[in-house]
Design a protein around this ligand. Sequence first.
Ligand SMILES: Cc1cc2nc3c(=O)[nH]c(=O)nc-3n(C[C@H](O)[C@H](O)[C@H](O)COP(=O)(O)OP(=O)(O)OC[C@H]3O[C@@H](n4cnc5c(N)ncnc54)[C@H](O)[C@@H]3O)c2cc1C
Length: 543
Amino acid sequence: MSKVAEYLRQHIVGEVLTSPSTRKFFSTDGSVFTVMPQMVVYPRSTDDVRKIARFSWQLAEKGKLVPITARGAGSDQAGAALGDGIILTFPAHLNKLLELDTKKNIARVQPGINYRNFQDTIKTHGRFLPPYPSSIDFSTIGGAVANNAAGERTVKYGATRDFVDGLQVVLANGELIETRRLSKRELNHKKGLSTFEGEIYRQLDGLITDNWSLVQSMHKDVSKNSVGYDLLDVKRADGTFDLTPLIVGSQGTLGIVSEISLSIVPNNMNRTLVVAGFAEIDRADEVVADILKLQPATIEMVDRHLLEFIETHYPNQLKGLLEEPFPEVLLLIEFDDIGKAVQSKKVKKLTKILQRVTQDFQITTDYDERDELWKIRHSAASLIAHTEGTKKALPIIEDGVVPQTHFKLFIHKIYEIFKKYNLESAVWGHAGNANLHMQPFLDLATVSDRQKVFKIMDEYYGMVMQMGGSTAGEHNDGRLRAPYLPMLYGPEVYKLFEATKKIFDPFNIMNPGVKIGVTKEDQLRELRHEYNMDKLGHHLPRT
Ligand SMILES: Cc1cc2nc3c(=O)[nH]c(=O)nc-3n(C[C@H](O)[C@H](O)[C@H](O)COP(=O)(O)OP(=O)(O)OC[C@H]3O[C@@H](n4cnc5c(N)ncnc54)[C@H](O)[C@@H]3O)c2cc1C
């Protein structure tokens, strides 16, 4: 065992493992990358986390780098849950619901809590956390916070960042801080501290104030965005200041989250689902803007190619739900407004909107029927888990988001790329956010497909950026999209990102190789030679 592991064993309560099988297990996540860690630590308390950070910091001061990668369930599709130093895995012990107040609609959790368990628990109290990802069954709240995850209800409710009120964070040097929105006066107090926390507030306030107009220019015309660092929401024009939005979505590169304070909302079990088929994408596109005005809880989509794929390979899944020939696009629009009258009014309006372009739709308020129909959307999970000969569906271009006005162009351009590379296309995702998912079938064991991975990524992300979109609506930068970050925001904003990273993590020990300073060469070195979801597969992921 290494000296570092030996030292940690003597100083923390949690387990420290260095066995080859444990390290191998943690050398992959849900992405196409692989990185072998030196050891895996299962912290049992925030104190454990603090000691590990402090030790890593002290080593770095002496010139020895042993970086730390916090990890939830490892379902990250961009390679952000990998690291070559210490993997700090939270689900084993730091997985508790600490507080639930249904009067105030707030909850406080440890990061390793399973999202589904948390959601089911608060649902028994008539509440839910809206931005749950499709990976809800097997991912953690900590991972969702670090990724600024989002999902089918984001179109109405927003992304994870909108529900995080405050955080407890272990800084790179082991200091423990609490974040929340501070008044001007409170900010000045923080800036007066002689600690690392004080240093962070001083430097970050200076950075944002000195680059105010550049920071304001960071806004993108998309309905959701999980990439970069959210400097825009830190300091407001009224002088209030909050590190929370910055830490949310930072993928463990600025600090380690040890507690999360969340807002939750009432959960209405009585909902109305409308499933509508469209003969052409352009017809669906014509009505999405009007549907959005009705503030539905979802506007999800699957395309004909996905339906045909499922019908060919998993025919039982669509049995009794849909008949061939399938529509070009299918939208699932759900209303969850409190009060049946509100929902039926909206459904009437929706019916009128839909009738302009299609007669092919059905409406249901029945719980079981709704559940069945949602299987159409969730069938995308079968494609993700599918093996086509030696080819797997790779998450390499799986999360672009564009301005809503470019929705139909986005889909047509995606089809063009698939056609150009002679790949079977299938698209699904969040039509109401113009945030679409797709995973081309490729074999990472062949040179030609490995080369295709890079060509397809360049072409796809280039197209998304040209449309004024963002490279990821919910899955963040990780290792996968990090090389595109300077192009997406331009060199000046990227410098702000680098400066932010430096303020929080001067020795680069917080999840290096993610978000900042990643090159194509890094990607080539870390690209897996096989891809599978075996570790996650037994959870039957939806997507
Ligand atoms: C089939 C499938 C479907 C998916 N669908 C969605 C979706 O609909 N929406 C979506 O947003 N994502 C989706 N994802 C991606 C991913 O599952 C989510 O983003 C999820 O929230 C990550 O949670 P996790 O526990 O697996 O985190 P991990 O993968 O373990 O980690 C994710 C990131 O969080 C960091 N992290 C974890 N814990 C901490 C902590 N305590 N402190 C600091 N950093 C931390 C890690 O370092 C890493 O950077 C999907 C993935 C798969 C495989």
